[in-house]
Design a binder for this molecule. Structure first.
Ligand SMILES: C[S@@+](CC[C@H](N)C(=O)[O-])C[C@H]1O[C@@H](n2cnc3c(N)ncnc32)[C@H](O)[C@@H]1O
Length: 254
């Protein structure tokens, strides 16, 4: 009898975004090019326009509400949940969670100081149940088990594999559950169509420019499993969504 054992990925940064089993075409559909949001040489106005567009599209297409429902379902059994939002950008998801849950406490964070300052200067900065802080998802400044849940929405693909794996380790250290929500990585023919639809506007609309790069950098389900296993084999992951909807990962330590 032959027993199949997956070989460990020794250098996780060599893993394609499509995962260890990515096809040849899928391996071509990726880039190391950073988004405007990741670049220090891009003016603040351009970055703010991307963040504002994310907030607007989240509201308009219902993703903010959809993501809030996903989060609240995961803490349905917890009386007064303590929730950490990583990479919150504009704070829209945290605002919805505070609106919908009467006792939840939110720690609203991002790695980008300008985004944190803008969130703190708006209503969330004054909210009794919100704390706004700068925080790096790959080096979370909080004790073990401080939160019931950490959520990282539309941000995970910004991280190269070694840092993405570290974010899983960190998120599951500080929270009982880590919920990662990100763009789906469709099968290559569909992915090429999605890219072709966006490409004409990418040079002129910063939000679309970042969208094309996000699409090329988003991880597949097999990549997400490999990243979690690399972080710690004791981390359990449940994956759902994908194809046309955002994919959702719920990671926790056994
Ligand atoms: C595409 S935006 C998503 C914003 C918001 N979560 C949403 O769903 O619209 C990605 C965000 O991730 C943040 N980010 C990138 N690297 C990060 C890191 N290492 N730790 C925390 N946030 C990070 C960026 O600053 C940015 O605000």
């Amino acid at each position: 009898m032959m027993v199949y054992m997956a070989s460990p990925i020794t250098d996780i940064d060599r893993m394609p975004r499509g995962g260890p089993d990515a096809s040849c075409v899928d391996r071509l559909l990726q880039t190391d090019r950073p988004e405007y949001l990741d670049r220090d040489d891009v003016d603040d106005g351009t970055k703010r326009s991307v963040i504002r567009a994310l907030e607007w599209t989240g509201e308009f297409f219902g993703n903010t509400e959809k993501f809030a429902r996903i989060v609240l379902d995961e803490v349905a059994e917890v009386p007064d949940p303590k929730i950490l939002e990583l990479g919150s950008g504009h704070g829209g998801l945290s605002r919805k969670l505070l609106e919908w849950h009467p006792t939840a406490e939110l720690t609203v964070t991002d790695v980008e100081p300008a985004s944190v300052a803008a969130i703190a200067a708006a209503d969330l900065g004054e909210h009794q149940r919100a704390t706004v802080r700068e925080m790096d998802a790959t080096a979370i400044d909080a004790p073990d088990g401080q939160f019931d849940l950490a959520v990282f929405a539309f941000s995970f693909h910004h991280l190269p594999p070694s840092l993405a794996s570290r974010a899983i380790a960190q998120g599951t250290r500080v929270a009982d559950k880590l919920v990662i929500i990100d763009l789906p990585r469709p099968p290559s023919p569909l992915h090429i169509l999605r890219l072709a639809a966006m490409l004409p506007l990418a040079p002129v609309v910063p939000f679309v420019h970042d969208g094309v790069i996000s699409s090329l950098r988003t991880y597949s389900p097999s990549a997400l499993r490999a990243l979690a296993a690399h972080a710690d084999p004791a981390i359990e992951v449940q994956l759902r969504g994908g194809l046309l909807n955002p994919q959702v990962v719920v990671a926790s330590r056994r």
